[in-house]
Design a protein around this ligand. Structure first.
Ligand SMILES: NC(=O)c1ccc[n+]([C@@H]2O[C@H](COP(=O)([O-])OP(=O)(O)OC[C@H]3O[C@@H](n4cnc5c(N)ncnc54)[C@H](OP(=O)(O)O)[C@@H]3O)[C@@H](O)[C@H]2O)c1
Length: 331
């Protein structure tokens, strides 16, 4: 594996970033059994040092915790990072619709102009920067027209506070509305070898319209990392604890899949996670693959996937292993 780090453009924004992105949901701690700040900062800095410029965060990840940790990690090296963060999951107001509680605080889905103008300043402060490279509506808000939300984001772009506009967790109709505004640069959606729903409805639309797609949970919350065996125990509020996705039978299937693609990994002197991430980036319409990492070892492992180029034969072998080993999974 000796290629250059793969770089791609975020839609038609002119903003370029590494195709492998570091996801920092787990770094916020919430739903992942807590966080270790020193390890998290080291993971972010290891990513930047390895050429992974795209760092994805959100206010909702630990009610500002993840953004604050990203801010500490990029201090003094802001120019190396392409920061994506989000708006629309709020705890400063109860407008919109209630979504969940975090640390006893009700979090609402709300994308009104008043709230976005407030939120962007909070994110800039926590991140310690004067601009956000990609600003994404985190979950959609049925109480605010998409056109109003996009006008607010366009205002922020004109003011130089954000450089590109994205939307996450959209359905096909919402995506069409965003595309019609002419201002959408990217979507961010769940996509991995185990979660391919967007291939049918969203990816053809983004592909045709020059909109980038960032896959999230690209390693299926770690199940596809090649390291989670039947004995792994999840503790605290780790969302994987009672998740049928992590049943013993699924973990065994994931292990069998890892063994089936090991020859591809060995041919490239790559890890299983690297092959999975490179496969993700080879799928038509998938522009960026976001991968969570909580320590420098995981961060470096994932960063090297951006230098791995799979051949057409490799992709055929991986697809055959997928069909044979990852069919009929729980959850
Ligand atoms: N827009 C949205 O609604 C949304 C939703 C979900 C995620 N996201 C974004 O997408 C990012 C990525 O998704 P994700 O974090 O949910 O899941 P993921 O990338 O599929 O899995 C991340 C987890 O996999 C394990 N892992 C990662 N790399 C590894 C490696 N090389 N070797 C061994 N284990 C490895 C780690 O878990 P361990 O704890 O087991 O070490 C890590 O926390 C998020 O961080 C977030 O930025 C966005």
């Amino acid at each position: 594996m000796s290629g250059e780090q793969l770089i791609r453009e975020i839609g038609r924004s002119g903003v370029e970033a590494s195709a492998v992105g570091l996801g920092t949901w787990a770094i916020g701690g919430w739903m992942w059994g807590g966080t270790d700040e020193a390890q998290s900062i080291a993971a972010i800095q290891a990513s930047l040092d390895a050429g992974v410029s795209l760092i994805d965060t959100a206010p909702a990840y630990g009610l500002g915790r993840s953004e604050e940790i990203v801010g500490k990690a990029i201090a003094g090296r802001r120019d190396k990072a392409v920061i994506a963060t989000k708006c629309g999951l709020v705890w400063h107001t109860q407008k919109g619709n209630h979504f969940f509680d975090q640390d006893g605080k009700p979090v609402h889905r709300y994308l009104g102009r008043d709230s976005i103008i407030h939120e962007v300043e909070e994110s800039l402060r926590r991140l310690g920067t004067d601009h956000i490279d990609l600003y994404i509506t985190h979950w959609q808000d049925a109480t605010t027209p998409i056109e109003e939300t996009v006008r607010a984001l366009e205002e922020l772009k004109a003011a130089g506070k954000i450089r590109a506009i994205g939307a996450s967790n959209v359905d096909k109709t919402e995506l069409q509305t965003y595309i019609q505004t002419g201002s959408l640069d990217a979507i961010q959606e769940r996509f991995s070898m185990m979660d391919r729903e967007i291939e049918a409805d969203l990816l053809p639309l983004t592909h045709q319209n020059g909109v980038a797609t960032l896959s999230y949970s690209s390693l299926a919350l770690g199940l596809l990392s090649g390291t989670i065996g039947p004995d792994r125990v999840f503790s605290g509020d780790d969302q994987r604890k009672d998740n049928p996705r992590f049943s013993v039978s699924n973990r065994q299937k994931a292990q069998a899949f890892s063994e089936a693609i090991r020859p591809v990994a060995e041919r490239h002197e790559a890890s299983i996670a690297q092959v999975v991430i490179a496969w993700t980036l080879a799928q038509p319409g998938v522009t960026f693959a976001l991968c969570g990492a909580r320590n420098p070892a995981q961060a470096l492992d994932n960063a090297r996937a951006g230098t791995l180029r799979l051949s057409a034969d490799d992709l055929v072998a991986i697809d055959a292993a997928l069909a044979a080993k990852l069919a009929n999974m729980d959850g």
